[in-house]
Design a protein around this ligand. Structure first.
Ligand code: HPA
Length: 269
């Protein structure tokens, strides 16, 4: 495993136009952010040695290197979801590679169903913590040093970055909620009883991504910051049928706000 990570990192280092310390996973809601990147190089995942092979033809994604908020950044346009059939090792392989490349801070975004009754569709939530309800921990198996065998998760999401987001939200007059993100394996959305259970457990939002990447990033000592767009509500009395199209529509409405926060975060972090 470690040999493959190094092999991929060496391959990328020979081609990268810069040595960024900031990485972004352009999840749902951050398509707009991609347009604000001044691109220097884009490398399709399909050409990168050892990168997971896409399950959907034509949607393989790419690594973008360029400038955003005045900083050198690398961005994953397209991520690997567990529900697509990837193993946890595959889902988190790019994070291991980022670490080898010298990434120090990771920004992530996702779409999520709100289980907090005070949330509205279109809200943006700063992820303050997570609950890993996926069937496997990405660190299952032999430990990859120098990360510890039993990594601390008391501050999975960087408190200073959370504070910075609050400041930027106030300055830009963009309302930001805060809450706990719970990750399921998907691909089903929740039954009303599942939403209720997750809310009882302390979740404010539910989604199908992000947690594996953040666990591995923390194992590597990378600082993490995440935003969720609340695209539907898993709240008693407000539950309606959810489709992927509804989720995409709510997410795209929130995109410009999301992109502004992220760009400013990157500039100042
Ligand atoms: N549940 C799980 N994942 C999601 C949801 C949801 O309600 N909305 C967007 N992604």
């Amino acid at each position: 495993m470690y040999t493959k990570i190094q092999e991929t990192a060496i391959w990328l280092k020979e081609r990268m136009p810069s040595s960024p310390e900031t990485a972004i996973i352009l999840g749902t809601g951050l398509g707009h952010l991609a347009e604000r990147i001044v691109p220097e190089m884009a490398i399709p995942y399909s050409t990168i040695p050892n990168f997971p092979v896409s399950t959907v033809e034509g949607h393989s994604g790419q690594l973008i290197f360029g400038k955003l908020g005045g900083k050198d950044i690398m961005a994953m346009q397209g991520r690997f979801h567990y529900y697509e059939g990837y193993s946890m090792k595959e889902v988190t392989f790019p994070i291991r590679v980022m670490n080898e490349l010298g990434i120090k801070t990771l920004f992530v975004s996702n779409a999520a169903g709100g289980t907090n009754p005070s949330f509205r569709i279109g809200d943006i939530m700063i992820i303050t913590d997570h609950i890993n309800y996926m069937p496997e921990n990405p660190l299952h198996g032999p430990n990859i040093p120098p990360g510890p065998r039993f990594p601390d998760m008391s501050e999975a999401y960087d408190p200073e970055l959370i504070q910075l987001a609050k400041t930027i939200g106030a300055e830009l007059d963009i309302k930001l909620k805060r809450g706990v993100y719970l990750a399921t394996q998907g691909p089903t959305y929740e039954t009303p009883s599942e939403y209720r259970m997750f809310a009882h457990w302390g979740a404010d939002a539910v989604g199908m991504s992000t947690v594996p990447e953040v666990i591995v990033a923390r194992h590597c000592g990378i600082r993490c910051f995440g935003l969720s767009i609340i695209t539907d509500l898993g709240v008693n009395g407000k539950i309606v049928k959810v489709t992927h199209e509804d989720v995409q529509k709510a997410a795209s409405e929130a995109q410009p706000r999301m992109a502004s926060i992220m760009e400013e975060m990157i500039r100042r972090s």
